[in-house]
Write a protein that binds this ligand. Structure first.
Ligand SMILES: Nc1ncnc2c1ncn2[C@@H]1O[C@H](COP(=O)(O)OP(=O)(O)O)[C@@H](O)[C@H]1O
Ligand SMILES: [Mg+2]
Length: 166
């Protein structure tokens, strides 16, 4: 069973063909880099996987389930996570609350979400900042905060955009 399978993915924006016939597979637990020059279509592939917009052609499977037509929030609940190149946090919330927001989308129990989020912060080395505002984090720390998804046990697929070096 594969973690993520992309079959003949294509996306056009008007006359611009951003992605044309991309196919690859990522096994569970595997880390795969997607490289190419600026404008090659890397971010568009990530946008298609996370469900920001639909493909012009092709299919996307997560653990053999066809997720091509699912909206982004449904994909997230199935285990698709992503980060954005420009890091944005909920600035009025603490570091812990920032991690709790997506945790609560899945686990509606506040106490469990809090415990799971504290565990994640421990793993990404931000436990000491849990009750600080994200204003106090460096860019590298904010990138680590946003990459928390991969450590969620339920995560099946996480897409980073230029997360390294940080
Ligand atoms: N939302 C969009 N609307 C129109 N054109 C887009 C959009 N997103 C990407 N493109 C175009 O698609 C091509 C691939 O872009 P992108 O996926 O951002 O490449 P990369 O991430 O590899 O640098 C570029 O020509 C870009 O201008
Ligand atoms: Mg890009």
């Amino acid at each position: 069973m594969s973690g993520l399978r992309i079959e003949d993915l294509a996306k056009s924006f008007g006359g611009v063909i951003a992605v044309d016939g991309v196919s690859f597979e990522v096994g569970e637990g595997e880390i795969v880099g997607l490289i190419g020059p600026n404008g090659a279509g890397k971010t568009t592939v990530f946008n298609l996987i996370s469900g920001l917009f639909p493909p012009s052609r092709g299919r996307i499977y997560l653990a053999d389930t066809d997720i091509t037509s699912l909206p982004a929030h449904r994909r997230s609940l199935l285990g698709v996570g992503r980060t954005f190149q420009v890091v944005r946090t909920f600035t009025e919330m603490t570091v812990l609350e920032n991690v709790m927001v997506p945790a609560l989308a899945r686990d509606h129990d506040l106490r469990e979400a809090r415990e799971a989020s504290l565990e994640i912060l421990e793993r990404v080395g931000l436990h000491d900042q849990a009750f600080s505002s994200t204003h106090n984090l460096t860019l590298a720390q904010r990138k680590r905060l946003k990459s928390r998804g991969p450590w969620r046990p339920s995560r099946k697929c996480s897409c980073w955009t230029r997360c390294w070096p940080d």
